[in-house]
Structures are given as C-alpha cells and as structure tokens.
Design a protein around this ligand. Structure first.
Ligand code: ATP
Ligand code: MG
Length: 387
C-alpha cells in the first residue's frame, strides 16, 4: 500500500460465517483467483491486508466486469485512495459526490474508522464530510433511503473513499471445495451445471464422450468452446475427449434397443469414474434434471447412478428447462449450445426408450455382453485438450 493514492476497487467477500482455518483457505484461494483474473492487466496490483482485499491502479468498467466473474466476491466498489488527512478525505468525497450528483437527490456518508489513533471519529467524519458534500452539490442527506452512498474508511495503512458499487457473483472461490469432473455434452444443461458447481467452489475438469464418426468434429469443437467459456472462471480446465463409438456399436449389437441410453450412460459413468480416480477427483457432475427427458426419471437416474462409484452432483435436478436456459444466456453458453449438433445419446436409440428401467434387467443386459477391453481402451485413448 505504502501511501498509494489513486483509483482502485474494494472487494468484499461473502460467506462470512467461515471461521478459523477455513476462512484463511477461503481468502488465500480468493486472492489467488483474483490475481489470476486480472493477470492480463499490467496496470493493476492486488493487495490484501488485515482481512481486506483491494485491486489498486484502476476502477474502469472492464476491470469491474472481470471482477464480477470471480466467485467468492460479494460486492465490489470503485474507490479512490487518498492521504490520511481530513482535508484529503473531504476533498475526495466531494469530488466523488459531484461526479454522481446529476443522478441523485439524496445521499449519505458511511464512515468507518478502524485506526482508533486517527483524531476524528466516524461520527465526526460523517458530519464534517456530509456538510461539505451538501455545500458543494446541494444534495440532501437521507440516512434511511438515499440514491448515493459514499463510504470513507480510515485504516492503519490506508484511507480511501468509495461509492456504491456492483454486487459480485457471490459463492465460494473456485478451488476451495476441491475438483469435480463435469460430464460436458454439447447441450444447454451440462455447462450450466458446471457453472453452478464452480460457484460452490469446485474447480472443474471435464469429460466429453465423442462418437466419431457418428458425431462429427463440429460436435467436438462445440464442447471445446463451451469448456472455454467455463475456463474464464478458473485457471486451467482440462477437457478429456473420450472415443465412444466402439462402445456404442458394441451395445447396439448386443443389447436390447430400449436399454441403450441407460447402457451408454452407465458406460460413461465407469469411464468418467476411472478418469476421476486417475486424477484424484472425488465427484462427478452432470446436467441432469428430474423428469426432463426419458432418461432422467427417478428410476433411470438410479439405474445410471448404480454404475458410478463416486457421488454424482446434479445441480440442475430441481431446475425447469426455462431456468437453465436463462442461466445459460447469462453465463454466455446458450448461443454455443443451441447450434445444431449430433448427440451421441440418440444414436441407434428407439423412439420410445425405457423410462422405468428395472435395475436387475439392466444389470443382466450388461453382464451378458463380452466387453473385452473396450472400456479400458476408451480410458487409455482419452485425449486431453486444454481450452
Ligand atoms: P445437456 O443439455 O447437458 O446435454 P440434456 O438435457 O440434453 O443435457 P441428456 O442428453 O440426457 O440431457 O444428458 C444428461 C447428462 O449426461 C448431460 O447433462 C451430461 O452431463 C451427460 N452427457 C450426455 N451426453 C454426454 C456426452 N456425449 N459427453 C459427456 N457427457 C454427456
Ligand atoms: Mg444432451
């Protein structure tokens, strides 16, 4: 900090109930993520001290937008750092109020003094700076309901003035909850599911089952583009592309058509589970939503889960399609998802697949198949793409 004066952004973080060790972990990872998020900007530095976090050097819209993508931030306010004197703080607050006065009628000053050695109390600051703002702008003070809030903070190592900012995305910093393996298809739901789990602090790896030549390069490129969008919120997002056509052909040739979707999904679970184990990942994530399609009835979800040896997180389980679409639009995956693509799960599948699979029949169908080393080969031949 060392006497820095100029523009910056004050970050406030949520989930304040976190205590002790968890709190430090939260803050360490948040700091790392903020540093990574602004790494392209050589005009700013990230500063963390006394449980506060700042970005110093700029407060422009692009920077605010970027910070708006960092999970764990509850809100961001543009701020101006100034000398720790009453004159400097008053002048800075007046300037800030003047810049915003045309869009406001009422305001309040919210001063906070954590440096108890500073001669003025927060009450003094509220009154003195408030009076100066009234005089300079003609705005009226209203403590309860105001159009503009101007904050003043006097700390041991800094003094700054901020004004009402933007809400952050909330959630937990990506990485505090560990890592999950997202089953990422080209559809609308799975990228949204990945986003929601990033929001709860999971870093993602992703796996895509590619049935080349039945599903073409376009389908694969689409998934890579979706992964690229999700990768804006975490440092690295490895995507494993698994060749799936041989397994689908095997199932087509040796199982009843009405069970195919479920058998595909069970094979996906096994392969995804093996990749997860290899990488020290302890959970799978899908975009499934209860009852949305035939393969997502409760019975069928259970039949899929039966083949997985890791917990499956399904953050969209209670979402309507319309809600998933709205979120997909907001995070920027929708336009990519709606481009037409081949879907491996509809390959060789009849119009009316089984909706209430009895587990014992599914298991029996699976057991009757000579799998050879198909599953192992698919795992071995998975290609890692770094979007
Ligand atoms: P999405 O929009 O995510 O494709 P969906 O509503 O179309 O979901 P399904 O096609 O039944 O539903 O797929 C359910 C879930 O299974 C997906 O959300 C995804 O997590 C996973 N999945 C399906 N196909 C693939 C695939 N080819 N590769 C990876 N995961 C897949
Ligand atoms: Mg799909």
């Amino acid at each position: 900090m060392n006497g820095y004066t100029g523009p910056g952004v004050v970050l406030r973080f949520g989930e304040l109930f976190l205590k002790g060790k968890n709190r430090y972990l939260f803050e360490d990872i948040l700091e790392r993520n903020v540093r990574w998020a602004v790494a392209q900007r050589d005009d700013v530095v990230v500063h963390r001290k006394h449980g506060r976090m700042f970005v110093l050097g700029a407060d422009d819209e692009r920077l605010m937008h970027r910070l708006g993508e960092v999970f764990g931030i509850a809100s961001c306010s543009p701020a101006v750092f100034c000398d720790k004197t009453l004159e400097a703080m008053t002048q800075t607050a007046v300037k800030m109020a003047q810049a915003r006065a045309s869009r406001a009628k009422t305001f309040r000053i919210s001063a906070r003094r954590s440096d108890k050695g500073f001669a003025k109390t927060s009450g003094d600051l509220n009154r003195i700076v408030g009076a100066a703002v009234v005089q300079a702008t003609g705005l009226r003070v209203d403590l309860e309901s105001h159009d503009l809030e101007i904050g003043i903070e006097v700390g041991l190592d800094w003094a700054f003035v901020w004004s009402s900012g933007q809400p952050g995305p909330g959630g937990l910093p990506v990485g505090v909850s560990g890592r999950g393996l997202l089953l990422l298809s080209g559809g609308i739901d799975s990228p949204v599911a990945g986003h929601l789990m990033q929001k709860r602090g999971l870093a993602l790896s992703a796996v895509y089952f590619h049935s080349f030549p039945y599903t073409g390069d376009g389908a694969r490129d689409k998934v890579v583009r979706l992964a690229t969008v999700l990768a804006q919120r975490q440092k690295e997002l490895p995507l494993f592309v698994v060749p799936f056509a041989r397994i689908q052909e095997l199932l087509r040739d040796h199982a009843e058509a009405k069970y195919l979707v479920l058998l595909y999904r069970r094979a996906m679970m096994r392969i995804a589970g093996a990749i997860a184990h290899q990488r020290g990942i302890h959970t799978l994530i899908t975009g499934e939503s209860l009852g949305q399609v035939a393969s997502q009835t409760l019975a069928n979800l259970a039949a899929i889960e039966d083949a997985a040896d890791l917990p499956i997180l399904r953050p969209l389980i209670g979402y309507d399609k319309a809600e998933a679409i709205a979120l997909a639009k907001k995070i920027g995956t929708y336009d990519i998802s709606i481009a037409p693509h081949d879907d491996c799960c509809s390959l060789f599948v009849p119009k009316h697949p089984e909706t209430r699979a009895k587990l014992k029949y599914i298991r029996a169908a699976e057991a009757a198949i000579d799998w050879g080393s198909h599953i192992e080969e698919a795992i071995e031949q998975a290609q890692m793409v770094q979007p």
